[in-house]
Design a protein around this ligand. Structure first.
Ligand code: SGN
Ligand code: CA
Length: 551
């Protein structure tokens, strides 16, 4: 009996130990310690308007914090400077002509692979909140709350896991709230997370939050030095329709697409200085009475004063430039507030150490350079995009990255951090080792394409390459123009030196490099023609409002 009893005791002891061991193993399995990824993207946020880049236009302390505690990229670029294509590149790690989403107009194929799908399959919990601008239910995400198309600044609709719902309030705040709600209440903390927190702001038409409607009222911003560009030697630049301060004649021939800055939509006049009613009244119909009241109280006195001053010429241009820039910067203030809230949440929950935080934009933007707003061109202000990144485990605080990084590289980089094999057909490269200082060898040139023409803003089709110092661009279709820039001598790209004998050797080298890259990535004249044919077909089908003229 006694023996049996003691045996029984031994068995119990062993079972108890086994249970403990199993629990330990299970809890180890439960904890997937791979880094979380918080990918913050805003829409049309120029690097000139992130204070960490030192342009002295505004203050973005929360966004700057990412760079102060991590890295700032001085040569971050996109492959195709327009919204939906840029997002498709970011998701797939493939150039536009490979992933198929070459312009804002044609459909994106969500069935193709993307890095969120890869992370999801490897055990990440994934979410997408805000603007994505790609039609169809997002794939690769356990949770999605996205704006349909461009979305609205005030009282926006959101498609939450496929179901559309109108939410009252300001879009930037709502996007932050939905992201925080997912982090706080929908997280499975046994898994690492991927959160795409994507703001609509500061996209046109720059509608700011009520509390910032009068920010910068006491300031006058000066023109950038090339605001009054005459586009000499650059015929594609001369043909665009994206002037902040277009003349009444230019506004009248704008192909009816609303390209140049408009009195109602952009400058917020109900009645323009010439007594004409604008469409702005209609836009305010979406607002609640309180929102509308706040807006009219802010804009009416400023607009009345402007009309009374009867401005002309340079003074009028300066006024338009200031109205544009101030509205634009106001919307960024709310973006920065949101970043602050989310970073604070990471701190509170002790998630800062193990979370990769990226802040970027879908492309750059003109803040008056060449007289413009918008993007699309391969010139620096829209080719370049802000990139700031923090990951305390591998990135030293205060790092500066000067390699030629592209949005093409995000997908493979994230997979690299997550320990997921990078699919061989992804065209970007992981820059993880650049950030940890373990690698210095890197590409010496980037490749660029742009296709959306004819369309609003009338920026002609082009492709090109940029090296550390030079840029070669070819505009084609209804034009055949080459441009070459020496960015060291001419950072504002005012002087097209193509065919300048002094640069003939450089020119030849750049042509060879361009041919190499077109071949390397799988682009060609045939591809350009195919993309053009597809575009004309899409427009003929009447898919695009506003460009019915080309039917
Ligand atoms: C809208 C804007 C354009 C802008 C495109 C693309 N006009 O058409 O100014 O270039 O979106 O922007 S607006 O009258 O609707 O404001 S993108 O960021 O989505 O590519
Ligand atoms: Ca954009």
């Amino acid at each position: 009996m006694i023996i049996l009893k003691s045996n029984n005791f031994a068995v119990k002891k062993i079972s108890f130990l086994l249970i403990i061991i199993t629990l330990i193993i299970l809890s180890c399995e439960k904890k997937d310690s791979r880094p979380n990824i918080l990918f913050i993207m805003s829409d049309d946020h120029a690097f000139q308007a992130v204070s960490a880049y030192g342009y002295n236009l505004n203050n973005t302390p929360n966004i700057d914090r990412i760079a102060n505690e991590g890295a700032i990229f001085n040569k971050g670029f996109v492959t195709n400077s327009i919204c939906a294509p840029s997002r498709a590149v970011m998701l797939t790690g493939k150039h536009s002509f490979i992933n198929g989403k070459v312009d804002n107009i044609q459909d994106y194929n969500w069935d193709q692979d993307n890095f969120a799908k890869q992370l999801q399959a490897s055990g990440y919990q994934t979410a997408l909140v805000g603007k994505i601008h790609l039609r169809g239910l997002p794939q690769g995400f356990d949770y999605s709350a996205v704006l349909p198309g461009q979305g609205h600044y005030y009282n926006p609709d959101f498609i939450i896991n496929g179901i559309t719902k109108r939410i009252q309030g300001y879009v930037t705040t709502i996007t932050t709230e939905l992201s925080l709600d997912w982090l706080k209440n929908k997280r499975d903390d046994t898994k690492p997370f991927l959160l795409l927190y994507h703001q609509k702001a500061p996209h046109r038409n720059w509608q700011s939050e009520e509390k910032y409607l009068t920010l910068f009222d006491d300031k006058t911003f000066d023109f950038p030095s090339n605001f009054f560009d005459n586009y000499e030697g650059r015929s594609a630049a001369a043909a665009q329709e994206m002037m902040i301060s277009a003349s009444e004649e230019q506004l009248a021939v704008t192909h009816g697409l609303g390209g140049h800055g408009r009195w109602g939509h952009d400058f917020k006049f109900l009645i323009d200085p010439y007594g004409r009613e604008t469409g702005f009244g209609k836009e305010l119909k979406r607002f609640t009475p309180e929102q509308k009241k706040a807006w009219l109280e802010a804009y009416t006195p400023k607009n009345d004063a402007m009309k009374a001053a009867k401005l002309e010429g340079k003074e009028l241009a300066l006024w338009k430039f200031n109205r544009y820039l101030k509205d634009y910067l106001r919307t960024i203030q709310s973006v920065d507030d949101g970043v602050g809230e989310v970073l604070n949440y990471l701190d509170e929950k002790n998630l800062t150490e193990n979370t990769i935080v990226v802040y970027t934009s879908d492309q750059g933007f003109y803040l008056g350079e060449h007289g413009w707003f918008d993007k699309r061109f391969m010139y620096e202000e829209s080719l370049r995009t802000p990139i700031l990144m923090r990951y305390p485990k591998e990135i030293k605080a205060g790092s500066e990255i000067n390699q030629l990084i592209q949005n093409l590289d995000f997908a493979p980089t994230f997979l690299d951090y997550a320990g997921v094999k990078i699919p061989a057909d992804m065209q970007g490269e992981s820059f993880r080792k650049i950030l940890s200082n373990e690698k210095s060898e890197w590409r010496d040139a980037i490749y660029y394409t742009y296709y959306e023409y004819p369309s609003v803003h009338m920026v002609k089709r082009h492709y090109g390459i940029r090296t550390d110092r030079y840029k070669l661009i070819h505009f084609y279709y209804d034009i055949d123009q080459w441009e070459l820039y020496d960015l060291e001598e001419d950072p504002s790209e005012m002087n097209n030196i193509y065919n300048n004998p002094k640069y003939s050797e450089i020119q030849n080298k750049m042509h060879t490099r361009l041919d190499d890259l077109r071949e390397k990535y799988g682009d060609s004249d045939e591809m350009d023609q195919m993309n053009l044919d597809r575009y004309i077909e899409a427009i003929k089908g009447g898919k695009v409002w506003g460009i019915k003229k080309w039917e």
